[in-house]
Unconditional design. Sequence first.
Length: 362
Amino acid sequence: MALNKKAKIIIGGAAAVVIAAGIAVGASLGHIQNAGSATTTSADGKKLTIIRTYTRTDCGVTPYLVADQEGFFAEEGLKIQYTGTLAYAQQLASIVNGNNDIGDAHPNELAMFIKGGAKVKGVSRDDLEPVKSVDSKYRHMRYYVKPGSPIKTWTDIKNFKTGQKVLINGTVPSCTTFIPGAIFDRFNLDRNRLQFVTFDSDQQALQAVGQGSIDIAQVHPPYYHLAQESGLTQIGDSFDSGLGPGSAVALYYFSDKFIAEHPDTVQHFVNAITKAQIWALHHHDEAASITAKALKTDATGTHYYAYDTAVINSQIQPWIDDLVRGGYLKKDQLKPSDLVTHQFYNPKIFDSTIESQSEKSE
């Protein structure tokens, strides 16, 4: 696949500016009335509640598509409505102002939303990092360097560009900044050497590392094949953080207002999206094909997903701690209970065959 689109490069991260802008946009727009109350009728005459979300153009699209196309939303009495693509800051705003009902984010993103004043809560888990026994094709991210790079393993970075920054794609805060920091800590590397460069897409990051504009590219599974086809060298993956399943955890979130007014709709969404994630784990190739069609690429992979409706506090805390370490939060300013609610845990939706590891709701 050709990578001829000019990359948009932003050095560093301006998380507070982006989050504040999103909340300001949300405050300036009118609220949608009767959110969560609109209905439609299915082909078989069943009444369905419409739930709205922005259109995703990245790896996050898979569970939504599966839940829609495999009938899990309809089974729970829901109809998903995609409202169009939005810039990152506008995604949060659309949830705050009621133009959309559902968002998804990693815990550090959600924490910054809440710190900035957004009244939102995570309700269930999306992505996870698989345990060691699970096929490595499911790992949340892989790390690549250009052919001939002196970096062959993480430890090689100690003697690479001594005294200089290591350029890697990433947006503060997100998995692309949290996970590399944890990897650097584990391999006794100076995380202060990390210099994050923001691109519009993983494809552009791969192009940049191939051209030498950055030193390391980190990409998500729909684009692993592209890195391989480009002849890039893999030096590791997100499992190297050593933090287990929580190192890649993401959360679906709703506004506090929507949760209070439509708890049944939220519960049905949690049920449906988790069923879809379980299906995707059992039907990897089919899920990848659905994703590829939506992204208009020959993507050959998907993420690894939560196989129950639990939200695990211990998986969220390291993300908060990392924000404290980076100076984005004060110590004890936020705790997991400020980010999530456990009220939608449904023990009936659980697949113990997917992983031997046992996780219980806290």
